[in-house]
Write a protein that binds this ligand. Structure first.
Ligand SMILES: N[C@@H](CCC(=O)N[C@@H](CS)C(=O)NCC(=O)O)C(=O)O
Length: 310
């Protein structure tokens, strides 16, 4: 059986969500460290252009976006579950809210000058300049807009106050039992916890703080390093897994077999081109042939990604 390979870097908060989900499920995995800014030639040999972090690889199958990575991990090991029975909609929707609304608030808070000064203190000025330029570009062409810092600061107590109340009353986890929602909220708060300037935005809420420590306590499972070149070689030697059975007639009329481009809607909208081989409720799959990686299937969530014909 193919190993789980996570392409990520330590400071990435969405990667932290994936690492914590791997820890929650007690999984072993291979860890490929990727650059935090473009170019990422070995990663894009696998994805075909998707550049966000993290990406999960299983042989010649490449999974983009943590909302879909969660479902792939669930398929790998169903228990403990990230999607508790009867709470599937609530768990996924709350996770989606955290990964967009809560995340964009925390980006503004973390990117305030006092916090950035600490985060960038050890980096040479050229590296800071390259990082800032990369992130400005990341947001161009997408639907997401930065929350102004003053607005993020002003609204933050409402978001945290609601979390605090729910956690005080609902037990150890957001929905009473663990779910993907816990990991989506926790990785965003993990981002704020990285410097003293923003850590208080979490620490001031005692029920949130003890819940946060519980989620972080799941750890990262058992990673073992792998080079990015070796990961490309793993894909080249593997054959993509059998496709799921189609159950959805695409409402936009896209047909399996068509050449299409898929891109994220919000930011990091770099398109991936290939043949549409599956279109389902949660997932779409493109087949692409890469000079180095060979034939790969690139999986995207349906929600939050758009298809165009080419
Ligand atoms: N919706 C995506 C968001 C991923 C994301 O925004 N990741 C950030 C890092 S935390 C990113 O890609 N930054 C640019 C980069 O790493 O190149 C997911 O759930 O995976």
């Amino acid at each position: 059986m193919s190993e789980l390979i996570l392409h990520h870097y330590p400071a990435s908060l969405f990667a932290e969500k994936a690492r914590l989900m791997l820890g929650f499920k007690g999984l072993s995995w291979r860890s490929v460290t990727i650059p935090p800014i473009i170019p990422k030639p070995d990663l894009t040999a696998l994805t075909g252009g998707y550049r966000k972090t993290p990406v999960l690889q299983v042989g010649a199958d490449i999974y983009c976006d943590t909302s879909l990575i969660a479902r792939r991990l669930e398929a790998e090991k169903s228990s403990p579950t990230l999607f508790p029975e009867g709470q599937e909609f609530t768990a996924a929707s709350l996770a989606g809210w955290a990964d967009s609304v809560l995340f964009l608030h925390s980006v503004s808070l973390v990117f305030q000058p006092a916090s950035l000064a600490i985060r960038f203190a050890k980096l040479p000025p050229e590296a800071v300049k390259a990082f800032v330029a990369d992130r400005a570009n990341l947001f161009s062409g997408g639907s997401a807009t930065r929350v102004p810092l003053e607005l993020a600061q002003y609204q933050w107590p409402t978001l945290m106050g609601r979390l605090e109340t729910q956690l005080e009353r609902n037990g150890d986890f957001l929905l009473g039992i663990p779910s993907i929602a816990d990991f989506s909220v926790a990785h965003t708060l993990w981002f704020l916890k990285q410097t003293p300037v923003t850590a208080a935005l979490v620490d001031d809420y005692p029920a949130v703080l003890s819940w946060y420590q519980r989620i972080i306590g799941f750890g990262h499972g058992a990673p073992r390093e792998l080079s990015s070149a070796d990961a490309v070689e793993v894909a080249r030697r593997a054959t993509p897994a059998a496709l799921p059975q189609a159950t959805l007639t695409d409402p936009a009329g896209f047909q399996v077999g068509q050449q299409v481009a898929v891109s994220a809607v919000d930011y990091g909208v770099d398109p991936v081109r290939g043949e549409l081989v599956f279109s389902g409720y949660e997932e779409i799959i493109l087949r692409r042939e890469d000079e180095r990686a060979g034939v790969v299937h690139v999986h995207f969530p349906r929600y939050g990604f758009q298809i165009t014909t080419i």
